[in-house]
Design a binder for this molecule. Sequence first.
Ligand SMILES: Nc1ncnc2c1ncn2[C@@H]1O[C@H](COP(=O)(O)OP(=O)(O)OP(=O)(O)O)[C@@H](O)[C@H]1O
Length: 284
Amino acid sequence: MPQQDESIISVKGLKNGFGEQLVHDGLDLEVRRGEIMGVVGGSGTGKSVLMRSIIGLQTPLAGDIRVFDEEMIDRGDTEAIDVRKRWGVLFQGGALFSTLTVAENVQVPLREFYPDLDPALRDEIAAYKVVMSGLPADAGPKFPSELSGGMKKRAGLARALAMDPELLFLDEPTAGLDPIGAAAFDELTKSLQKTLGLTVFLITHDLDTLYAICDRIAVLADKKVIGVGTIPELLALDHPWIQEYFNGPRGRAATASVERAADLREGTTDTGPDTRQSTIGTEG
Ligand SMILES: Nc1ncnc2c1ncn2[C@@H]1O[C@H](COP(=O)(O)OP(=O)(O)OP(=O)(O)O)[C@@H](O)[C@H]1O
């Protein structure tokens, strides 16, 4: 029986750098089973490098990374396969193969991990994941160039879900989406977390996403995770970046939006303008 406080990702003493530039120095982070962990920080603070280190695309200078309680650093490709099968990744922008159709893109991990799978079953799984990601069923034969930005993200999500992962990595999934598309993507992420019991590592600059769907938030600054918790818990830390981020005009607008939505649910106030418009577009 899985434990709610079971550690799914554990990063300790992580150090990353490029040439003279040190990106992480003594970074620690724990992600628990079933939570959506939002990862925020100013541009260039190393959010993507952190994700790449966890999934084995970046070899750290030092530190310890465990996923599903398996040590990841210096693990050979063959040894890592059993762990890699258990996660899905949506890279920034979707990272679809432009010469493959949506369905073929979704089948890439299936071909990699189960090369002998019956092609008819592969087609069936791909079709199911396309619909599960909120795309119309006829999106399967389309090429990425025929899709809108939001559809590309959903196609990337369908590919990330191909292997029925327990853990999902999302790198800025709502960047570049219009407010309605971004809110819809958030809802989809939340419903996948709930229905599939997913653990989600979600890099974002989108304050609305943080308020709407994240269970906890990790803040990267000063080459470390300077705080992890809910928004009120982070605000209590009194760090200047945290105060500026959550208490600045965009942060206040997002708070007001969440409060208004709560009031609306309780039927205690009238509708005002959706503030999502004012809180997007912050990516660096
Ligand atoms: N392969 C690389 N070679 C050299 N420097 C790199 C490489 N990858 C990342 N960096 C540097 O590491 C730092 C952190 O990059 P990263 O992409 O993780 O930032 P980020 O927090 O995700 O930023 P953003 O919010 O703008 O996406 C940046 O200064 C970047 O230039």
